[in-house]
Design a protein around this ligand. Sequence first.
Ligand SMILES: Cc1ncc(COP(=O)(O)O)c(C=O)c1O
Length: 389
Amino acid sequence: MAVDLKKLELNTPSFLYDGRVFKRSAEAVVSAARNAGCGLIYSMKPLTLYPMLQKIGYYVEGYSVSSVFEARLAEEVKTPAQTIHFTSPRLVENEITELLETCDYINMNSLSHWKRFRDAFAGKVQCGLRINPELSFVAEKKYDPCRTFSKLGTPLETVKIALEDEPGLFDGLDGIHIHSNSEADNFAQFRRTIEKIENHIPELLERCRWIGPGGGYLFDDPKNLEDFNTSIHRLRTDYDLDVFIEPGFTFVNRAGSLITSVIDIFDQNGKTVVVVDATVNHLPEVLEFEYEPDIAGYTKTGEYEYLINGCSCLAGDVFGEYRFMEPIDFGSRLQIENIGAYSLVKAHRFNGINLPDVWYLAENGELELMKRFTFEEYASCNGVIECLP
Ligand SMILES: Cc1ncc(COP(=O)(O)O)c(C=O)c1O
């Protein structure tokens, strides 16, 4: 949502989380989970900034984590009643103790991990197996957990054969985990995924106590939650399963913007090149997935066209080509919108360019500085042991 940048006393570059939008997104997902009768935990991957975790914590029953660091952070922010759920292909011997100390649920990424780690975890925490429904809905292969030869979860057929040949293998498993989609608002895909699992391995659903159907769905503006509701209802009533979803993106993406200022502008081979004081390294998915992020005020029919570049030495540090109704100049501010998820967690300080400040715009209009990254942190990441203030 575009904010009135003239009214905000913000230095740039800054990430800005708009509290009104965040609240709407969080309430939308809470209401979807309540209506469907499932639990709700927050997948920490998209944003781990502590003050945001505290705000998100108000809405959820726990946290989904993918490493010991995320688990430790969840441990810091959680209330006694909230639970920590671990799912990751990275499960290693020397982190077992720490995982047992922090997590309530551990999902094995494969049957081979289950064989390897069963003795370490079974009976001590809730143990789950990640299964892969091999039903692809994501066009971009980099994002598709169900891509061919995927490492993410055991294929249904493999589970089915193991259930027939070696049923004892599943003793000690309490639940099933799935995460198979990305940024989807089509809940028919959710229904089809659950149906495929029901058709292939009903006996595993019957043996288990719970199922975690992952994240990957958008609840901000759901097209039709009927399929979501009926699928969850069936899992609960036909199989007597506890169900908890673990979305991440939908909580924070719309609320987050990157505010940046124009620091150079010139003509180059017939185009107007603009350089801003942020870089695509603050939004690495722009490079990773080659997309042009939304910029407030951009319009296809605008009279003024600019090639907007980040300020690092990388030639390809380019946000894209944008048209506006009004001209922009030195000092103009741009609001790059809908980037609240998977930006700060992936951002880096290439060239030594500092990470943006992170602000929260409360509903009463007050700005709260959530994080300012310092030279000392940069120096420490680079192995400086002691750094003079
Ligand atoms: C296992 C798991 N759960 C939850 C999520 C969160 O997905 P999203 O942020 O798209 O809702 C992810 C994202 O990759 C994931 O891998």
